[in-house]
Design a protein around this ligand. Structure first.
Ligand SMILES: Nc1ncnc2c1ncn2[C@@H]1O[C@H](COP(=O)(O)OP(=O)(O)OP(=O)(O)O)[C@@H](O)[C@H]1O
Ligand SMILES: [Mg+2]
Length: 306
């Protein structure tokens, strides 16, 4: 088995969608096809390193899982993969094994507390940062076709605005932008919004103010970023919520547990629960599948016919 085999498997659902693969077209047109629930994908991004992207991804995922939702958390930061460390997991396989065809998506799922499932990005072996154009979108698309697809797929992205980060973020239904009260966080977040809006057509961002002291500071951070984005970019920046600076969170990290699990009544855990509540209020995605389909239709064209 090789990478081509793995990728063909990932792209099979796409061929069904576009009718570009004659062998699967027959299956796609079958009358016994059941309508399938589509997975809602939320990318957690931020631009700057260390602002709390992984912390938000882990605790928001677990809060959603604790409220009874089916959630998979995908670690898409191969360079500094750490979701497994944050949750005390010991992965033996990672996304690279799916791509080289040596295992199926289900084989990668690791169990974390409260029914949360995690797909690790071990830093050994193949690095996600080296994925080709379109592969992140294909990976996300593959979750729709799991035997029991989750309700939510959260994607923890790396720092910076590398191709891998922008491709995962643009292929997702929603982009959560984590910022903190540092000038570099705001300038890097702006750079991220600029690239995603101008080059990938992403219009809406959900801002989470992390490591803040109080609600006023969180609102100010959002307003600062929204003001500059309103002036120069055609985007909507929603205020999603805040997570206070909290020593309990640091202790939870040392215990390799999510703070929402280890200290559910702590200030940060309350913040994460509110964020999960906000997710529940979101309507249908602005343009469902926009990133994925547009992406496939454009840059993926040569690969689809493979
Ligand atoms: N609300 C908070 N209160 C206290 N500490 C926090 C909070 N959020 C994050 N941290 C701390 O900040 C550090 C960086 O967090 P995290 O690893 O989630 O950032 P990141 O944006 O994912 O970083 P990277 O870009 O390297 O992936 C962690 O050590 C974590 O303990
Ligand atoms: Mg991280």
């Amino acid at each position: 088995m090789n990478q081509a085999w793995g990728l063909r498997n990932l792209f099979a659902p796409l061929n069904m969608l576009t009718g570009s693969g004659s062998d699967v077209l027959g299956q796609a047109s079958g009358l016994d096809q059941k309508p399938r629930r589509r997975v809602r994908t939320i990318a957690v991004a931020g631009g700057k390193g260390g602002v709390g992207k992984s912390t938000v991804a882990v605790n928001l995922s677990m809060s959603l899982a604790m409220s009874g939702r089916e959630v998979i958390l995908l670690d898409a930061d191969m360079g500094l993969a750490n979701v497994d460390v944050l949750l005390g997991l010991s992965p033996t396989r990672h996304l690279g094994h799916l791509l080289d065809g040596s295992c199926a998506l289900e084989d990668l799922l690791m169990r974390a507390p409260h029914g949360l499932k995690v797909i690790p990005a071990s830093s050994g072996g193949r690095r996600l940062a080296q994925l080709g154009s379109g592969e992140p979108a294909a990976v996300i698309r593959a979750f729709d076709d799991l035997p029991s697809p989750p309700e939510f797929l959260l994607v923890d992205t790396a720092a910076g605005v590398s191709d891998s980060v922008t491709m995962f973020a643009s292929a997702a239904d929603d982009v959560v932008l984590v910022v903190c009260d540092e000038p570099a966080s705001l300038t890097d977040a702006y750079a991220m919004v600029k690239v995603l809006s101008r080059e990938f057509g992403v219009r809406r961002f959900r801002v989470v103010a992390n490591m803040v002291r109080h609600a006023g500071e969180a609102r100010q951070l959002h307003e600062k970023l929204a003001r500059v984005c309103d002036r120069f970019l055609d985007v909507v920046l929603d205020f999603m919520g805040m997570v206070p600076y909290d020593e309990h969170l640091r202790q939870a990290i040392r215990r390799q547990a999510a703070v929402v699990d280890a200290w559910p009544s702590s200030r940060s855990a309350q913040g994460f629960k509110q964020l999960a509540g906000v997710v529940d209020t979101w309507g249908e995605p602005d343009s469902p599948g926009r990133g994925r389909i547009a992406f496939f239709g454009g840059q993926m064209a040569p690969v689809v016919g493979w």
